[in-house]
Design a protein around this ligand. Structure first.
Ligand code: HEM
Ligand SMILES: *[C@@H]1O[C@H](CO)[C@@H](O)[C@H](O)[C@H]1NC(C)=O
Ligand SMILES: *[C@@H]1O[C@H](CO)[C@@H](O)[C@H](O)[C@H]1NC(C)=O
Ligand SMILES: *[C@@H]1O[C@H](CO)[C@@H](O)[C@H](O)[C@H]1NC(C)=O
Ligand SMILES: *[C@@H]1O[C@H](CO)[C@@H](O)[C@H](O)[C@H]1NC(C)=O
Length: 316
C-alpha cells in the first residue's frame, strides 16, 4: 500500500515536472503558425520604428528578472495596485503595442492557447535576429502570471551596480558570470537616458567629477549631451556606436573606456569577466554563441504563471 502510494506520488511529480519543462515544439499542433505570426508583427513594427528591437529585448529581460518569465512586465496597473510598468526602472520601456498586436493576430488563429510570456520571448529572439544577430529555437510553454507589483522592480540590477552586486543579482536567478558578460552584450542595441549614467559624469565622488575609467573624449561628449541639471527630456546616448545592429561593438568600446553604465565598466574589474569581454570583443562568433546560450537560460527562469491571458495587459 505504502509502496503504491510512493509510486503514485513519484509518477505525479514526474508528470508535473515534465508538464512544466519548456519545449521547442510546444505549439506545433495547437498553433502551427505562431512563430511566423509573431515574426511578422515584429518586422512590421520595426519598419516604422527602429527602436523596437531594443525595446523588446529589454522588456524580456525585465520580465524574466522579476517573478520569472511570466509576462508580469506587460500587466497594467489596476485600482490601487501599481504594476511593474509604472515603476521608475520603466524608463525607456516601450513598444508594448508590438506584443499586443502579435497577441491579437495569434488569438485569431488559435484562441486562448499561447501565453503572452511565450510571445514576448519569441519577439525578443526575433528582435535580435532581425537586427543582424543570431537566431535560435525558443523553448515554449510558459504560463502568464497574475501578479505585477511596482515594488518588485527594486530587484532589478541597477546601472550603478558593481561586479559583486551584479554577480549576486544574476546568481540569484541561476545565471553565471559568463551569462552576465554575454547578456550585458544586449547593450549592443538601444539607448540610455542621462539619468541612467549621470553618476559617472557629474559628482562621481568627493574628489573627481567624472569617472576616470571613461575615455576623456567620450566623457566630454557624454557631458555635453547631458549637462549637470540636464533639462532636455529624452536626452541621452546610444549604448554602442551601432545602436540598431546586433554586433560585438559593445565589447570593443567597453575595452576603450566607451561604455555607458558603471555596470558595464564593472565587467572589467574582475579577471574572469574581463577575459570574457576581451574574448567577445575579438570574436563575434564566440559572443553570439554565448549570447544564445545565456538567452535560453534567462528565458527559462520559471515564473509562477498559471494561465493564458487573452489580453496581455490584463489578467483573465
Ligand atoms: C547587467 C545588468 C543590467 C543593467 C544594470 C542594465 C541597465 C540598463 C539601463 C539603466 C538601461 C537604460 C534605461 C534608460 O536610461 O532608458 C538599459 C537599456 C537597455 N538594456 Fe540593460 N541592463 C542590464 C542587463 C541587460 C540585459 C540582460 C539585457 C538583454 C539581454 C539588456 C538589454 C538592454 C537594452 C536592449 C537596452 C536599450 C533599451 C532601449 O533602447 O529601449 N540589459 N539597461
Ligand atoms: C512609467 O511610469 C510612470 C509613472 O511612474 C507612468 O506615467 C508611465 O506611463 C510609465 N511608462 C510606461 C512605458 O509604462
Ligand atoms: C559593491 O557595492 C557594495 C554595496 O555598496 C559594497 O558593499 C561592496 O563592497 C562593493 N564591492 C566591490 C567589489 O566594490
Ligand atoms: C574617487 O575615485 C577614484 C577612482 O576610482 C579613486 O582613485 C579615488 O580614491 C576616489 N576618491 C574618493 C574621495 O573616494
Ligand atoms: C530550464 O529549467 C528547468 C527547471 O525549471 C531545468 O530542468 C532545465 O534544465 C532548464 N533548461 C535550461 C536550458 O536551462
Amino acid at each position: 500500500m505504502a509502496a503504491t502510494l510512493a509510486f503514485t506520488l513519484l509518477l505525479l511529480s514526474t508528470i508535473s515536472c515534465l508538464a512544466n519543462a519548456l519545449s521547442s515544439n510546444y505549439y506545433d499542433h495547437t498553433c502551427p503558425r505562431l512563430e511566423y505570426t509573431v515574426n511578422s508583427a515584429v518586422k512590421k513594427a520595426m519598419m516604422n520604428d527602429k527602436t523596437v528591437p531594443a525595446a523588446l529585448l529589454r522588456m524580456h529581460f525585465h520580465d524574466c528578472f522579476i517573478r520569472g518569465c511570466d509576462a508580469s512586465v506587460l500587466l497594467e496597473s489596476k485600482g490601487k495596485n501599481k504594476a511593474e510598468k509604472d515603476a521608475p526602472p520603466n524608463i525607456s520601456l516601450h513598444a508594448f503595442y508590438v506584443i499586443d498586436n502579435a497577441k491579437k493576430a495569434v488569438e485569431t488563429q488559435c484562441p486562448g492557447v499561447v501565453s503572452c510570456a511565450d510571445i514576448l520571448s519569441l519577439a525578443a529572439r526575433d528582435a535580435v535576429a532581425l537586427s543582424g544577430g543570431p537566431t535560435w529555437e525558443v523553448p515554449k510553454g510558459r504560463k502568464d502570471g497574475k501578479i505585477s507589483k511596482a515594488s518588485d522592480t527594486r530587484q532589478l540590477p541597477g546601472p550603478t551596480f558593481n561586479i559583486s552586486q551584479l554577480q549576486q543579482s544574476f546568481s540569484q536567478r541561476g545565471l553565471s558570470m559568463e551569462d552576465l558578460v554575454a547578456l550585458s552584450g544586449g547593450h549592443t542595441l538601444g539607448f540610455a537616458h542621462c539619468s541612467s549614467f549621470q553618476n559617472r559624469i557629474h559628482n562621481f565622488n568627493a574628489s573627481l567629477d567624472t569617472d576616470p575609467s571613461i575615455h576623456p573624449s567620450f566623457a566630454a561628449s557624454l557631458r555635453s549631451v547631458c549637462p549637470f541639471r540636464n533639462k532636455v527630456r529624452n536626452a541621452g546616448a546610444s549604448l554602442d556606436s551601432t545602436t540598431t545592429s546586433f554586433d560585438n561593438a559593445y565589447y570593443k568600446l567597453l575595452l576603450q573606456g566607451k561604455s555607458i553604465f558603471s555596470s558595464d565598466q564593472a565587467l572589467l574589474t574582475n579577471p574572469k569577466t574581463k577575459a570574457l569581454v576581451s574574448k567577445f570583443a575579438s570574436n563575434q562568433n564566440e559572443f553570439e554563441n554565448a549570447f544564445v546560450k545565456s538567452m535560453i537560460k534567462m528565458s527559462n527562469i520559471s515564473g509562477g504563471g498559471q494561465e493564458i491571458r487573452l489580453d496581455c495587459k490584463v489578467v483573465r
